[in-house]
Design a protein around this ligand. Sequence first.
Ligand code: RFL
Ligand code: PHB
Length: 389
Amino acid sequence: MRTQICIIGGGPSGLLLSQLLDLQGIDNVLLEKHTRDYVLGRIRAGVLEHGFAALMREAQCGDRMDREGEIHDGIEFAIDGVRKRVDLKALTGGNSVIVYGQTELTRDLYDAREKSGGNVIHCVEDVQLHDLKGASSVTYRKDGVAHTVECDYIIGADGFHGVSRKSIPADKIKEYERVYPFGWLGVLSETKPVANELIYARHDRGFALCSMRSQVLSRYYIQVSLADSVDDWSDDAFWTELKLRLPHDVANALETGPSIEKSIAPLRSFVAEPMRYGNLFLAGDAAHIVPPTGARGLNSAASDIYYLYHALLDYYKKGDDTGIDKYSERALARVWKGQRFSWWMTNLLHKFPDHIDYDNRLQDTELEYLFSSENALKSLAENYVGLPF
Ligand code: RFL
Ligand code: PHB
């Protein structure tokens, strides 16, 4: 089979690019390792930047997001039991975020690809990338049969554990990594969210987050030890610990119920650069990971797709390869800003097991400064709603 672009990975990055290119008549094939149901079963991000939402609309996939997603003009911090609101809209001169689950967004993208007859191939095995600096191709097996896709460019959108990044020679890529000494235990429950806006809680027992997917679906997280497993946490134990970390009025108002999903995610910061090798372009989690505290991961993936889409459009429509040559540099400039913000939010709000008293006092001071300075709050807000592409 021959195509212009072979996309590896059917997560939000790969699907969004596939849809955007297809609308411009740029031929592409998307290879996904798992079934659609498996991909949709992964409960992940919930907060979309306004720029990402605009890209979803451009991909003609924004209708349900605009109908069912909730616009949030602010977030709350709870510092040792005291609630403080960050007015994102006022601080950024009018920008907000949309709370709409990654699951729903991915479902919309799959539906759109299906509707326009997109070539999305699931359950591929043994994906291999060939001749990245020449006549490139991708081989895979499906149902025991070997296939080859010949293409101009390959997009590695296959997440952190994918094959694309690993296909780049080790001496041509530099990896930066920080692993945090704790994880997040997340619970999804069919309960009414405890507040109208997200609450990021800093507490001596550890960080907690109250988030949501809709008015009848809540998402909560607590910081846990890396030694913990999901089996160590019954639903009762989770709710009890969450309440201990929240302000009294929030804890009293919390509606609890059976968890319908419960998982532990380790926290990691990671960047691989450059994001291009020959005809291979990395995008999204394949090239970078952030701890979820700043709600940047999916949004950083979306900004890669924005740069990549425009680069490919210029190349195929105008014969201009500037965007292609500049992709890695442009994408990384924004990726690193997302890294900085996520690292900062993580340091600001978590209990670090290895922190000495000095570090803890600095954390207190950072929070005091943040809520005493409009400029500091503006910086937080402009990063949270998303820096311009
Ligand atoms: P994905 O979603 O990992 O998709 C990659 C796809 O590639 C497939 N794949 C392969 N396909 C073919 N061949 C192979 N060899 C393959 N290997 C892998 C996989 O099956 C998969 O379908 O990467 P993508 O598309 O770049 O999307 C990135 C986002 O998923 C991720 O950044 C966010 O979920 C991160 N994240 C958050 N981001 C936000 O912007 N806001 C948030 O509020 C937010 N919350 C979160 C998060 C991530 C979390 N976890 C679990 C890591 C909360 C959590 C708990
Ligand atoms: C979520 O709802 O899953 C979520 C929201 C905000 C974050 C991280 C995760 O910062």
